[in-house]
Design a protein around this ligand. Structure first.
Ligand SMILES: Cc1ncc(C[n+]2csc(CCOP(=O)(O)OP(=O)(O)O)c2C)c(N)n1
Length: 321
């Protein structure tokens, strides 16, 4: 482990922010306060944070329909995100996109995406730009294992390899594609598929932040150094349904409770840093409290925020009328 105290605090703060954000959106959606469709990232925090900690301003990511964690880890403003999810004018996309379309090009976040497999072609573009302009930047597509069956994803593997682009495909395998178990839906292995395209690939336990951070360091450096694309298969579980409102009848009734008790990424992180005396319990408790009051505040503000008006309807659209 090569993380200093500040980096450990940052990692925990970001993972805790994602968790608290998602738990709150879960509650608000159940109470009927959020319009649209929502997919939550709870349980998967170590992946977004473990990868994005290696990225900076010149780097890009593309996300999925389950995008809140990626947005937060890449540095999107959480207040603007909460407003966006509530459909409010001050949202990152003016309240017109909602949960599945949060994008913020200023922070290198190319967008959550309602199209499964929509992200990989986008990062090929970002990677081609970085390579052509010699910016030293890299681009990461987070995709689900379900998206790994899409032609757009496989064509992107091919293109990235043929052009040796500085990109990384992070296949986040939370055990399901909607209600179908990954083991039923995906033939072969993710590592085997990458090998078919001549790409180096790694498999990692996504509950273990330190394991993710380490493999991410290697593939990001590899891409930055001009050695081309790679793939990482991250295995973990999601805590919430496929979408909010999903009754999860396809899961054992105690599956999530066991995961939260035994394999939670925040709990494992806490144990590890306390056992190694790298941080004190008080440091982590303080972060928990700060994050909670921040989420309380932005949720209250988002709830009472103004909605877009009729005059906003035709702003930021390609067609002019
Ligand atoms: C092109 C396309 N096909 C189908 C869908 C419907 N759909 C939405 S999410 C999803 C499953 C995605 O599973 P996975 O990629 O494993 O991501 P997860 O939801 O597990 O994070 C499907 C089939 C879609 N949104 N886009």
């Amino acid at each position: 482990m090569q993380l200093n105290r500040d980096e450990l605090m940052q990692a925990y703060q970001q993972m805790r922010t994602i968790r608290e954000f998602e738990e709150r959106v879960h509650e608000e959606f159940a109470a009927g306060n959020i319009p649209g469709f929502v997919h939550l990232y709870g349980g998967e925090e170590a992946s977004a944070v473990g990868f994005c900690m290696h990225l900076g301003k010149r780097d890009y990511i593309a996300s999925t329909h389950r995008g809140h964690g990626h947005c937060i880890a890449k540095g999107c403003d959480t207040r603007g995100m909460m407003f966006e999810i509530f459909g409010k004018k001050e949202g990152l996309c003016g309240g017109k996109g909602g949960s599945m379309h949060i994008a913020d090009l200023d922070t290198g976040m190319m967008g959550a995406n309602g199209i499964v497999g929509g992200g990989p072609p986008l990062i090929c573009g970002a990677g081609l730009m970085a390579k052509t302009l010699k910016t030293g930047g890299v681009a990461i597509a987070f995709v689900g294992d379900g998206a790994s069956n899409q032609g757009t994803t496989l064509e992107s593997y091919n293109l990235a390899k043929v052009w040796d682009l500085p990109v990384i495909f992070v296949v986040e395998d939370n055990g399901y594609g909607e209600a179908t178990a990954s083991s039923w839906a995906v033939a072969g292995t993710q590592v085997g598929r990458a090998a078919g395209f001549g790409m180096p690939a790694f498999q990692v336990d996504g509950h273990d932040f330190f394991a993710v951070h380490e493999v991410a360091r290697e593939v990001v450096q590899r891409a930055r150094d001009g050695h081309g694309p790679s793939l990482v298969h991250v295995q973990f579980a999601r805590y919430f349904g496929h979408f909010e409102g999903d009754a999860m009848t396809y899961r054992l009734s105690d599956e999530v409770a066991h995961l939260r008790a035994d394999r939670d990424c925040l709990m494992l992180f806490r144990q590890r840093v306390l056992d190694a005396a790298l941080l004190e319990a008080g440091d982590l408790d303080r972060i928990d409290q700060q994050v909670k009051s921040h989420i309380d505040q932005i949720t209250a503000e988002a709830k009472s925020g103004a909605t877009p008006t009729e005059a906003d309807l035709l702003t930021n659209v390609y067609a002019s009328y």
